[in-house]
Design a protein around this ligand. Structure first.
Ligand SMILES: C[S@@+](CC[C@H](N)C(=O)[O-])C[C@H]1O[C@@H](n2cnc3c(N)ncnc32)[C@H](O)[C@@H]1O
Length: 363
């Protein structure tokens, strides 16, 4: 579409008189789009459409629902311009990225993309509350993988080695997983769990965080769970020495965890019920400062409910994908209201004793 010229918008009505439809036709050059929307009987437009269709109708002399026709005429008069403005706002950028994506990407789910740089600042601000460290430090962590050439090369090399190329893009883009990474860097978890591994982009990123933590004197282990035995192909050397994928139903695997979990990331079965059951399965195994991240928080309120029921704080970090049609998901973040934590030279320390685990009636 040519951004320099104004698109044409036509507004009209179609359909049976008893079931009229509002039709907006948007065109520019060779591009044409028609939207039809049923007008419900309760609508002022519905009545207006019927009156306009009556033989010899003169809208100027009509009163509809007690309002002067002149008012409605005025509304109609501005519909084309307003529709053009709204359609341009949504359609032009999204259509362009949609066409690019159809040609340039092979992904059909679990889309990868970068987010607008403003996102990283908002996330740094929000995560600093959960992690008890400064936004500047969190921002540094968020940026680390973007500049981690060795990590990106390992992922690209894995792609290039495949005789049949996988249905993902060659150059890794981490999206909201950067927020997971920043949590892993700030918390220095001894055990972190990610449920739902897929190809393993989150796994390899989280293990890259554990690798850096280990080099700084804070070793930790990654545990991934996936029902699909082919999941996790991206968890390549040297990152695979920091943990592994456990195959089988996630909740069954969580039952086998026998030590405190410092960071828990939910991203397996995205049904609301399964998500809630995962939180239920892990709650008693969370350490006193554990942070819980949800990859479903743009769809359900299960993590927020979990947070409210277990005296935790909750925030949602929004995504703003760049150069992609996908509107973005986000990261739900839940963390204990107490104890407060402080930054020290060796990492973070709790100021107060552990909170007791929540009771059994919380769900
Ligand atoms: C959205 S993908 C995970 C994406 C991954 N975290 C990443 O960073 O790219 C969801 C994964 O959950 C897995 N899954 C679905 N139901 C599951 C279950 N009940 N238990 C374990 N894994 C499950 C699927 O096989 C799929 O690989």
């Amino acid at each position: 579409m040519n951004p320099g010229t104004a698109p044409k918008v036509q507004v009209g009505f179609t359909g049976e008189p008893t079931a009229p439809k509002l039709e907006v036709r948007f065109s520019e050059g060779d591009f044409e789009l028609t939207l039809r929307d049923a007008v419900s009987p309760g609508d002022k437009f519905y009545k207006l459409v019927q009156l306009l269709r009556a033989p010899g109708a003169d809208v100027r002399s009509m009163a509809i629902d007690g309002e002067p026709a002149a008012y409605l005429q005025q509304v109609l008069q501005y519909v084309p311009n307003r529709a053009a403005f709204a359609l341009k706002y949504y359609l032009a950028p999204k259509l362009q990225t949609l066409v690019q994506w159809l040609v340039a990407s092979k992904e059909s789910d679990n889309y990868t993309y970068d987010n607008a740089s403003s996102c990283l600042h908002y996330w740094a601000s929000g995560l600093s509350l959960a992690l008890g460290c400064s936004p500047e430090r969190v921002l540094g962590y968020l940026r680390e993988p973007i500049e981690d050439v060795a990590l990106k090369q390992a992922i690209v090399a894995m792609y290039d080695r495949q005789p049949v190329k996988p249905l993902r893009d060659r150059i890794p883009k981490f999206g909201r997983r950067l927020a997971w990474y920043a949590c892993a860097r700030a918390l220095k978890p001894k055990l972190l769990i990610e449920t739902g591994v897929h190809q393993g982009l989150g796994s390899v990123l989280l293990c890259a965080a554990l690798k850096r933590n280990t080099e700084e004197g804070h070793p930790g282990t990654y545990m991934g769970t996936d029902i699909d035995t082919s999941a996790g192909s991206l968890l390549v050397a040297p990152y695979n020495q920091y943990g592994k994928v456990h195959y089988g139903d996630s909740i069954e695997t969580l039952k086998t965890v026998d030590r405190p979990v410092n960071l828990f990331i939910n991203d397996s079965d995205h049904s609301a019920d399964y998500e809630a059951r995962e939180y239920e399965a892990i709650v008693r195994k969370l350490s006193d400062r554990a942070v819980v991240l949800g990859d479903n928080a743009h769809v359900t309120d299960k993590l927020m409910q979990f947070a409210w029921n277990t005296q935790r704080n909750f925030i949602f970090l929004n995504e703003k994908p760049e150069n992609h049609w996908y509107p973005g998901a986000g990261v739900g973040v839940a963390w204990p209201k107490s104890p407060p934590v402080v930054e020290t030279a060796s990492g973070q320390e709790s100021l107060t004793p552990s909170v007791s685990p929540p009771g059994p009636q919380l769900f």
